[in-house]
Design a protein around this ligand. Structure first.
Ligand SMILES: *Cc1c(COP(=O)(O)O)cnc(C)c1O
Length: 384
């Protein structure tokens, strides 16, 4: 079985696992305890926070550990917009039509149950949120803008620095979901200019079930998980020490090895894109051709049932995806793909191929050998 779904999740790096192991049994203390067991666990969390802060270029007390990327998005959106409205009365949330559900469903809930108004920002044909769209949409009553750094389904990288600059000029809070981006793109919060940024470890060879939210000093935020005073009072609950250690190690390695990892996946990814578009009739790349994640290839094929194609690929030994892992099994085209302006006969046939550290040229060759005939097979089956 060949794994080509690194945007859904990645295996834990052995070095990350090694760093985590002592904190399950030997140093199992509660970081909030006064005794030495507690001190040891607290030191591990502190060190992980320093390490993450170094990569992000921020202060350690601006890093809040959470249970996943989704939780970080929830905390950012709900936590910031509630306080902001309390302070200023602003009740608009601006976000794009191509966000991960962790952002879009949270925005939707704030609208339905908390009296916010969500303004959904259109994207261009590459799925990009342009600075012009932001410039036009913001108003005084905007509490928060949230635009993802890189898209998980179509790989497009947004001009975050420009968007953040516009928000800052207008004194509006800006959050970015960098969960997919952090594996390959620089995450220095000052060069990006963000106020809030979500991360999740399992997209960059860390464990599932741990994330972080960067919160710029002075950003208004209320805890959405109340209880003990952990994480500077912004996220109650005994810290998951081994996972937090794993998060920091994985982020550190992603930063250290960024160039090498890009150099490994990019040529293979380019081969996938070139060969697919050349050898499969009625195929199109989705997302931006240049401003895209270096490990990410995504396509639509006209008159192809994307789910059936995935099943045939699985039978042939290849694990790919049609888009977000959360949407598998849904017969409707994804909102991300339809927001590109594609008609239904194209949008239903989406395929996402994402590569990683373990991907080999031989794997890509064998994938490219079978894909055209499988697409043809799905088309033949549909015609009958
Ligand atoms: C995976 C992902 C998430 C969710 O992260 P989890 O850690 O799985 O909750 C959010 N946003 C984007 C862009 C993602 O790719």
């Amino acid at each position: 079985m060949i794994y080509l779904d690194y945007a859904a999740t990645t295996p834990v790096d052995q070095r990350v696992l090694d760093a985590m192991m002592p904190y399950f049994r030997e140093s199992f203390g509660n970081p909030s305890s006064v005794h030495r067991f507690g001190q040891k666990a607290e030191a591990a969390v502190d060190e992980a926070r320093e390490k993450a802060a170094f990569v992000l270029g921020c202060r350690a007390d601006e890093v809040i550990f959470t249970s996943c990327g989704s939780e970080s998005d929830n905390l950012a959106l709900r936590g910031a917009s509630l306080v902001k409205r309390n302070e200023t009365g602003a009740n608009w949330i601006l976000t794009s039509r191509v966000e991960h559900h962790a952002v879009s469903k949270t925005a939707g809930q704030l609208e339905k149950y908390f009296d916010f108004q969500v303004k959904w920002l259109d994207v261009d044909e590459h799925g990009m949120v342009t600075p012009q769209v932001i410039e036009k949409a913001i108003r005084e009553q905007t509490a928060l803008v949230s635009v993802m750094y890189a898209n998980n389904e179509i790989g497009t990288i947004n001009p975050i620095r420009e968007i953040a600059g516009i928000c800052r000029k207008n004194k509006i809070l800006f959050h970015t979901d960098a969960v997919q981006a952090a594996a390959y793109l620089p995450v220095n919060v000052d060069s990006l200019g963000v106020d809030l940024m979500s991360l999740g470890a399992h997209k960059f060879y860390g464990p599932k079930g741990v994330g972080a939210l960067y919160v710029r000093k002075g950003t208004p935020l209320v805890s959405h998980l109340t209880g003990g005073g952990q994480e500077f009072g912004l996220r109650a609950g005994t810290q998951n020490v081994p996972y937090i250690v794993g998060f920091a190690e994985a982020l550190w390695l992603a930063n250290e090895e960024r160039e090498a990892r890009i150099a490994h996946v990019r040529p293979l990814r380019d081969k996938v894109i070139g060969t697919v578009l050349e050898s499969i009739p009625d195929s199109r790349l989705t997302g931006h051709i240049e401003a895209r994640l270096p490990n990410h290839a995504s396509f639509v094929f006209k008159d192809v049932d994307g789910n059936l194609l995935l099943q045939l690929l699985d039978s042939a030994g290849f694990a790919c995806s049609s888009g977000s892992a959360c949407k598998t099994g849904n017969p409707e085209p994804s909102e991300v793909v339809t927001s590109l302006g594609l008609s239904r006969d194209w949008a239903l046939g989406s395929l996402r191929v994402t590569l990683g550290v373990n991907t080999t040229p031989a794997e890509i060759d064998s994938f490219l050998q079978v894909l055209p005939s499988l697409v043809q097979k799905v088309r033949d089956l549909n015609r009958r």
